[in-house]
Design a protein around this ligand. Structure first.
Ligand code: PLP
Length: 284
């Protein structure tokens, strides 16, 4: 049985509990992070910790513990659960208080929960060998997608719509332009240029996105941060997504139209390789 962390305690998962009055449960008043683990070590931990601090501050929530303590808790859970390759989920809510739209007193202790998922072979090449097919759906989320809140109902519905259509994921579209995937950032490649939506409140600022764009620039690849349409994506040479759990994943079909020759492209393969190389070297 897994060991999970809840508010200062390491507990068997069937003994871990949060209050029925937790604001995460009642109002989706919480934020989260997902950090991948390769070879027992955390990938891009500093980036995830920095984004967590930003999400908390945008919502006027206190950090439950400092970054060093967070790192210790992550490492302890990896060790206790024997995670070689996998994911660590971290959830912070504004805590438990009698139900009221107004935030509770600032002294209300936040709820902090961490748990692991084992994913043997998470970075193995065969996971990216086929690539994903995606469908497009309207983006019906709230307006502050730059904050990583636990409001994941619409992305969850999007994944179900993709599954019903026999696809792997959905790209969301707003005002004619692709925002992002249900749980990843979206890219296309035209010639030697990588195109991905500019940052703003409309998308999550992916930690993997930041690393991949930095590495692309270092490798002298051209990067354009701008929006693009589904039609432009369907006519692109390549498409791919990035996220902490999928790294760089080729996209080979959009709304039934094959991208390029319908197989994973060389730019996505190269970016996956250089991202994973650096991520493993810098893992903590
Ligand atoms: N966009 C959304 C909506 C996400 O949920 C995620 C990851 O969960 C991402 C992008 C990718 O972000 P990261 O690379 O930090 O995992």
């Amino acid at each position: 049985m897994r060991t999970v962390y809840v508010n200062g305690e390491y507990l068997p998962e069937d003994q871990a509990k949060v209050s029925v009055f937790d604001r995460g449960f009642l109002f989706a008043d919480g934020v989260y992070e997902v950090t991948s683990v390769l070879g027992g070590k955390l990938i891009d931990f500093a980036g995830h910790a920095a984004r967590l601090a930003r999400s908390l501050s945008e919502l006027g929530m206190k950090a439950p513990v400092d970054t060093d303590t967070l790192l210790e808790i992550h490492r302890e859970l990896i060790a206790r659960n024997g995670i070689e390759d996998g994911l660590v989920y971290l959830q912070v809510t504004r805590g438990a208080a009698d139900r009221d739209f107004l935030y509770p007193d600032a002294e209300t202790p936040p709820t902090l929960v961490l748990f692991t998922q084992a994913k043997p072979g998470l970075a193995e090449p065969d996971r990216a060998a086929k690539g994903w097919s995606v469908i497009s759906i309207p983006d019906r989320r709230w307006g502050r997608r730059d904050i990583k809140t636990v409001q994941l109902l619409y992305p969850s519905m999007g994944k179900m719509m993709a599954k019903a259509a026999g696809a792997d994921d959905a790209w969301m579209v707003e005002d004619g332009a692709v925002t992002e995937g249900t749980s990843n950032n979206a890219y296309i490649v035209k010639g030697d240029t990588i195109i991905t939506r500019h940052l703003g409140e409309e998308i999550l600022h992916g930690i993997t996105r930041a690393a991949v764009l930095r590495l692309a620039a270092e490798a002298q690849m051209k990067v354009e941060e701008r929006s693009f349409t589904i039609e432009e994506a369907q006519g692109a040479d390549e498409a791919f997504i990035t996220s902490a759990s999928s790294f760089v994943m080729p996209v080979v079909e959009i709304d039934g139209t094959p991208i390029g020759d319908g197989t994973p492209g060389p730019m996505a393969a190269r970016l996956r390789e250089i991202y994973l190389d650096e991520a493993r070297r810098k893992a903590v």
